[in-house]
Design a protein around this ligand. Structure first.
Ligand code: 13P
Length: 344
């Protein structure tokens, strides 16, 4: 392990008021989103779509890193440049999702455990050769009737910590992603409670496994009420609940926290991140930024629809959402940005 190098990369991932793009949908998830947008579900369509993303001029103004998936890290742009190289040409660090997905957990109905530790050391060595500078592993925590269980939270926390330790051994900065899902009708307080318990457990395991906190990034959910909750909260209530929960659980040594969007619209995710940064920036020990997938990509995918002729309009929409996210990181996102010509 090279602590100085890990620190440097982790700081680079959250530098300059920029954030990250998750473009690491597994093949089944990419196919599901393509089907909904009327796009053919095949490898060439996935390659062409990711090509559209990495070829968007100006994306480097908004992103320090982009998370690829196994299929994509091995593919090339139409011009014959590998995806990691294409990202680096825009000063965007390439990362790689290394988990093998959340699977049903034995003896824990309705709960999931993430798999992917088998052979991970060897896969990390290969991804490093392919140009990856950081990695991602996602654990899923579901809120429901008498769940999450302690067993599910602790096991997912241990797997995240074992993954993070292996990444640091290989010289890759681990993105540690324990996602408390938005599904359900629970209220804001319940999400805050579950997120706090989860993050406490995750950091206990990270410390036990000797993970260098300065050389990792946390990727949590924002604290929000369930999507079916009758009482939706204001952006400032969500910002306060999220920041409060993070202050109670995330050590100051961690350089950055990069939120997932989790099914929030681009506008919602940006308004809430912006509320956190405008109200609390300067009082927080870590950077608060974004590692969105849907909240940056969705309009571009809907516009593209698999047609070459739609690439310029899709790239414009992608850049717009990325610029909105950057403004949110600066605490300066406003709804008016959605109509302004400047950011389009
Ligand atoms: P969303 O922003 O769409 O939630 O995706 C983030 C992510 O990387 C999930 O693993």
């Amino acid at each position: 392990m090279n602590p100085a190098k890990l620190r440097e990369t982790a700081l680079a991932l959250v530098a300059d008021d920029k954030g990250l793009l998750a473009m690491d949908e597994s093949t089944p998830t990419a196919n599901k989103r393509f089907a909904a947008a009327g796009i053919p579900e095949n490898e060439e369509a996935r390659r062409a779509y990711r090509d559209l993303i990495v070829s968007t001029v100006g994306l480097g103004e908004c992103l320090n890193g982009a998370i690829l998936v196994d299929e994509t890290i091995r593919q090339q742009t139409r011009n014959g440049i590998s995806f990691p190289k294409a990202l680096e040409q825009q000063n965007i660090l390439p990362g790689i999702k290394v988990d093998a997905g959340a699977k049903p957990m034995a003896a824990h109905p309705a709960e999931k455990l993430t798999s992917g530790l088998d052979g991970l050391r060897e896969r990390l060595a290969e991804y490093t050769r392919l140009g990856a500078k950081f990695a991602k592993w996602r654990a899923v925590i579901t809120i429901g009737d008498r769940i999450p269980s302690l067993g599910c939270i602790e096991a997912n926390g241990l797997l995240l910590a074992l993954y993070a330790a292996l990444c640091q051994e290989a010289g890759l900065v681990p993105i540690v992603e324990p996602e408390v899902l938005m599904d359900g009708d629970h209220d804001l307080a319940r999400c805050a409670d579950v997120t706090e318990t989860t993050l406490h457990a995750v950091f206990q395991q990270l410390v036990s496994q000797r993970v260098l906190l300065e050389g990792m990034i946390l990727k949590p959910n924002m604290v929000v009420p369930g999507q079916k909750s009758e009482r939706q909260s204001s952006d400032s209530e969500l910002a306060e609940a999220t920041v409060h929960t993070l202050l109670r659980t995330v050590p100051a040594a961690v350089p950055g926290i990069a939120f997932l969007s989790g099914g929030q619209s681009g506008e919602q995710a940006c308004a809430r991140l912006s509320a956190m940064n405008s109200s609390y920036r300067g009082r927080l020990p870590w950077a608060l930024t974004y590692s969105f997938a849907r909240a940056i990509q969705q309009p571009a995918m809907d516009i593209w629809r698999g047609e070459d002729a739609n690439v310029p309009a899709a790239q414009k929409a992608l850049l717009h959402r990325a610029r909105c996210a950057r403004a949110a990181r600066q605490g300066q996102y406003t709804a008016a940005m959605e109509n302004s010509q400047e950011s389009r």
